[in-house]
Design a protein around this ligand. Structure first.
Ligand code: FE2
Ligand code: FE2
Length: 275
């Protein structure tokens, strides 16, 4: 099994000619299958694919990690560029979502609806549960929340009637590849918690070794207790490589790096990892 993960959208980039953009998107290639995982928030996906010589029309499927704008902002432009794709996501991605600071409220949900996906010729595949997409390639669906120290990682709300209630982001899901060297897990924001995500992937596949965790971890702003417990669990699981992106933030990335040394790297737009 040959796996390649190219970060197509991340908040920053070290490579001239590519764009950093708030959000996350990755091109995952497993042998001859090409999967787009998330799309970033605006037009960086299309521009970065062009800059990297990647033909988006050649991609087989789109997997949406969860219903936040910074992962779904270019879903419709992608489907217009690459029609007739399967779109895998949890059924809960379309719920109206907000972030709230004091009196300030900002809509952060997906900028399209189900009908718009269908109008663009895509097939919407609901994956609420752990699902095999290709041999050895899975989407987690909803991830059980087991650890006492992890939470969704921010001030997130959903609209229920005329009230806002705390959003548990049950639609958050990751991609899991059961590679001979161990699991390769790619997350959007890991609102379920990085440790809950790893634990669920290990439990569902029976593979205990984790070769790599790539993506957002939502550890930005995490408590010291959460950071320490997370680091302890990553050490216990002996995770070989962590490519911390997007909502991990500088401080949490540095804490991970200090504790786990060169197993940890900041992932940025245009980086490629092969297994
Ligand atoms: Fe995000
Ligand atoms: Fe998110």
């Amino acid at each position: 099994m040959n796996v390649s993960v190219t970060i197509l959208v991340e908040n920053t980039t070290p490579i001239p000619g590519f764009r950093g953009e708030y959000g996350f998107a990755a091109l995952i290639t497993v042998d001859d299958k090409k999967i787009l995982f998330d799309t970033g928030s605006e037009d960086a996906l299309i521009k970065n694919a062009a800059a990297g010589g990647i033909d988006l029309a050649q991609i087989n499927d789109l997997i949406i990690s969860h219903g936040h704008f910074d992962h779904t902002g270019a879903v419709i432009p992608f489907l217009q560029t690459a029609p007739g794709k399967k779109v895998y996501a949890h059924a809960g991605i379309f719920i109206p979502r907000y972030t709230v600071w004091g009196n300030f409220r900002k809509a952060i949900g997906v900028p399209f609806d189900f009908q718009e996906i269908k109008r663009n010729g895509a097939q919407f595949v609901i994956t609420n549960d752990f699902t095999e997409v290709y041999p050895g390639v899975f989407v987690t669906g909803e991830i059980p929340r087991k650890t006492p120290y992890e939470d969704v990682g921010g001030s997130f709300y959903v609209e229920v009637g005329d009230r806002l209630v705390e959003d548990q982001l049950y639609d958050d899901m990751s991609v899991v590849i059961n590679h001979p060297e161990g699991l390769i897990i790619i997350s959007g924001c890991a609102h379920a918690g990085i440790i809950n995500t790893i634990e669920y992937a290990r439990q569902q596949t029976g593979q205990k070794k984790v070769r790599a965790f790539i993506g957002g971890t939502h550890l930005a702003g995490a408590s010291e207790e959460r950071m320490q417990e997370t680091i302890k669990a990553l050490q216990e699981y002996d995770v070989e490589q962590i490519i911390a992106c997007h909502c991990t933030g500088f401080e949490a990335t540095m804490k991970l790096r200090n504790a786990l040394e060169d197993r940890v790297m900041k992932g940025e737009t245009a980086m490629n990892f092969q297994y």
